[in-house]
Design a protein around this ligand. Sequence first.
Ligand SMILES: [Zn+2]
Length: 113
Amino acid sequence: MHELSLAGNILRIVESAAQQDAFVRVRTLHLSVPVLAGVEVGALRFALESLAPRTLLDGAHLTIDEPASQAHCLECARDITVEDHGAPCPSCGSECWQLSGDRGVRVVELLVE
Ligand SMILES: [Zn+2]
C-alpha cells in the first residue's frame, strides 16, 4: 500500500531529525498533503498511527493539511492552484496545466520534547 510506505518514509525523516536535534518524543507532527498528491489522507493517518507505537511518534498528535495543489497554466502561463484533475485554470479557463511546486507530502512542522 502506497500510504504505508509513505508513512515509513515520514517516520525515517522524523528519526533522522531526532538524531540531529536529540529529541526523544514528538508532540505534534504537522504534514501537508496537497489534494492532487494522490495520497489518501485517511489511509496515511491510519498507517502512521499503526507505525507509531514504540517509535518517536508514539502518542504524537497528527495534524494534516490538505492545501490546493500548485500548478502552472500552459495557456496563460500563470501559476495557479487547482483542487481537481481536469479543473479549469481560474484565470483563463484552460484545462492545460501542469502540477508544479510541492507535489508530494511534506513535513511542515515537528513539535518535540
Ligand atoms: Zn490559464
